[in-house]
Write a protein that binds this ligand. Sequence first.
Ligand code: NAP
Length: 321
Amino acid sequence: MTAVIFPRLALIGIGLIGSSIALAARRAKAAGHIAISTRTPATLKRAEELRLGDSFHADPADAAAGADCVIVCVPVGASGEVAEKIAPALKPGAIVSDVGSVKQSVIRQMAPHIPPGVHFIPAHPVAGTEHSDPDAGFAELFDNRWCILTPPPGTDAAAVDRLAGFWRALGAHVEVMAPEHHDMVLAITSHVPHLIAYNIVGTAAHLEEVSQSEVMKYAAGGFRDFTRIAASDPTMWRDVFLNNKEAVLEMLGRFNEDLSMLTRAIRMGDGQTLFDLFTRTRGIRRSIIEIGQETPAPDFGRPHGPQEPSTPMPRPYASDD
Ligand code: NAP
């Protein structure tokens, strides 16, 4: 059993990630008192009904007051505003962290508000689903997933170790990385794939020659897997693209070059180029399975055979961020 790492933990924002941290921290007994604040009264009430914390506050400063660790779990574009509100309440020696999917922008927004004597350690748990809100959280979300910490140079090593220990207690593996490297890696592993999913689902929806019902009916041909990603939270993903512009544009440039190469191979009937690429990509999927970041079950383990149309799918392997 883990010893309590933070006697008082404050979570600002209680959607999928905030509620999952609350549940995972409870499971691990890694936090003593959990104080929760969120912007909308109805969300705060729901968090209370779900007993996600011990105290519930309309004002984020009240949740942050006296906390050993404050984790800001709001869309990336709102992180500066939240940091400004909690700053006067932070106690010396406290850790302030976040969970945003982009790191350089969060640092630009939050760092100017963090008072001296408070340790600012940005973080990104690379785990998620397409669901939002406090009801979406589950304690196992971070199990065997990575959490990337991007402490600014000179950050107190003991504070970094303490936060790393907290994430490990929640089930995650921890890696420390420079924020600009994080943003480039995540642009290709997460942000561009989400953009492709949003785009392909949008294109299919606009196609005039294919009726909507045919798109739905034959969705299992591959389209369906894109629709899961394209159902992700619009506010969160708008903020990701607006706040990781350079890295996403860089990776989109490379993607477009490779797409042009594939377009040309198809036009020229160059089967060898297609076959070679598809063989390499199959190997990449095998590697992801080998390191335990994906299920080897066919079709992501979806049940097949006769079922009620309303039978819920098993919870997908949490893989988005
Ligand atoms: P979510 O389920 O949509 O919850 C967002 C929370 O932020 C809600 O509590 C919401 O409050 C609050 N919020 C929204 N706009 C706000 C604003 N302008 N000011 C203050 N609070 C605001 O989102 P999430 O999936 O937990 O994502 C939260 C963060 O985690 C994002 O930065 C995202 O990049 C990162 N992240 C997400 C995933 C993922 O897969 N979803 C994975 C890793 C990291 P109210 O409901 O009270 O308005």
